[in-house]
Design a protein around this ligand. Structure first.
Ligand code: NAI
Length: 359
């Protein structure tokens, strides 16, 4: 047995586990922030972190955000996440995934894995060979790639932003600067295009930008300039931590609404957006489409994409209520969302009643 797991004691987290299997080049962390509303569920991120401290910080932040995301979306799930320190393009092997799956299996369903940046639905099929605690497989009974559902939720969230600012959900001729044309960003660009939005696109992969610009008659900007591009809505759909003391003063938009997880470098940075009168749709509220979709796998009658779509559409109402409450209390929407999430976790509001059966 070459798989080694060590428990790390991190305050405010139920379990944090370091996973090492030198034989297959596996070094990973699994963080379970909270199971107070149900078993924790969150994606596996494979990313070439420069060191283990950064990987650990990332998994802690991401798993906590999953707790809040699921609490607000009322999925009956807790918050967990995992990160594998590797380059997904060159180091993601079947033996690495299987070894990681063995570590997931040891947790007996307290952590349920799915895809995230660096993993895909096909990888979940490999994990499933070693553990039942995996969802979002590309099979007839599972929910498949969550990205289209996440993109639809972000689209509904952008409509809520438009309603809040301009009094109409119409995005016709609205300038939307989109950062990241990956699984979510590409699908969001499509939805926005057909709604009449004027797209400004950036990605570090210039091929993706070129293809999308041709497809949508869009304008491109260099990735380094997307934040300061004049637009109506800035939509971050790449990596987290992009809204900070340094970057918020550069923004030239009326709202920020995108899929990226952990957009604020610090929780308090939401206030800086409020001070600049920039409306922010908190990441874990607007990007909950993926988790809502996956949670529908646990419906007693089985997974139905139409049920998932209808639940995800409610992100529109959830955000409008949040904006209204934030305006009334003079707080940043991110602060109001954090407070609502904490309240639900503390009081078990939305707790799953029936256990999930894995086969
Ligand atoms: P992805 O890995 O498919 O796409 C990310 C894209 O961003 C890539 O095309 C990459 O080249 C680009 N990118 C990276 N750094 C960039 C930079 N500095 N400037 C411009 N482009 C850059 O990831 P995916 O699945 O589309 O997710 C995007 C974000 O949404 C991530 O933060 C993820 O955690 C979050 N998210 C994704 C969900 C999903 O269902 N896939 C669910 C909830 C959140």
């Amino acid at each position: 047995m070459t798989l080694q797991t060590h428990k790390l004691h991190i305050p405010d987290y139920e379990q944090v586990i370091e996973v090492i299997d030198e034989n297959v080049g596996l070094h990973a962390f699994i963080a379970i922030h909270s199971t107070s509303l149900g078993p924790s569920l969150g994606g596996i991120r494979i990313y070439p972190y420069p060191n283990k401290e950064e990987a650990l910080q990332d998994v802690l932040r991401l798993s906590k955000a999953m707790s809040y995301k699921s609490a607000l979306a009322e999925t009956g799930l807790g918050g967990g996440k995992s990160v594998i320190m590797a380059d997904p393009r060159t180091q993601k092997t079947e033996s690495l995934l299987l070894s990681f799956a063995a570590a997931v299996d040891q947790l007996n369903g307290v952590y349920i894995a799915a895809e995230d940046v660096g993993t895909c639905a096909e990888d979940m099929i490999i994990l499933r060979k070693r553990t039942p605690y995996v969802v979002a497989l590309p099979t007839s009974t599972s929910s498949g790639d969550p990205a289209p559902f996440t993109a639809f939720g972000v689209f509904k969230g952008i409509q809520a932003v438009a309603q809040q600012i301009w009094g109409s959900t119409s995005l016709k001729s609205k300038k939307i600067a989109l950062q990241g044309l990956g699984h979510v960003g590409a699908k969001l660009a499509d939805l926005l295009f057909w709604e009449g939005a004027e797209l400004i696109l950036a990605d570090i992969d210039s091929n993706l930008v070129e293809t999308a610009c041709r497809k949508y008659g869009a304008r491109s900007v260099l990735p380094a300039h997307i934040l300061e591009t004049p637009c109506d809505i800035f939509s971050p759909c790449a990596m987290g931590g992009i809204l900070s003391e340094e970057t918020i003063p550069l923004l030239r938009c009326m709202a920020v609404a995108g899929s990226a997880n952990n957009q604020l470098a610090k929780r308090t940075d939401g206030k800086l957006l409020l001070q600049r009168s920039i409306l922010h749709a908190p990441g874990y509220v607007i990007n909950a489409g993926g988790i809502i979709n996956v949670s529908c796998e646990f419906d007693p009658s089985g997974y139905n994409p139409a049920t998932a779509r209808d639940k995800i559409a409610k992100i529109y109402d959830r955000l409008l209520l949040l904006f209204e409450q934030a305006a009334k209390e003079g707080k940043a929407p991110s602060q109001v969302a954090d407070e609502a999430g904490e309240w639900k976790l503390l009081h078990g509001i939305g707790k799953r009643l029936a256990p999930i059966h894995f086969t």
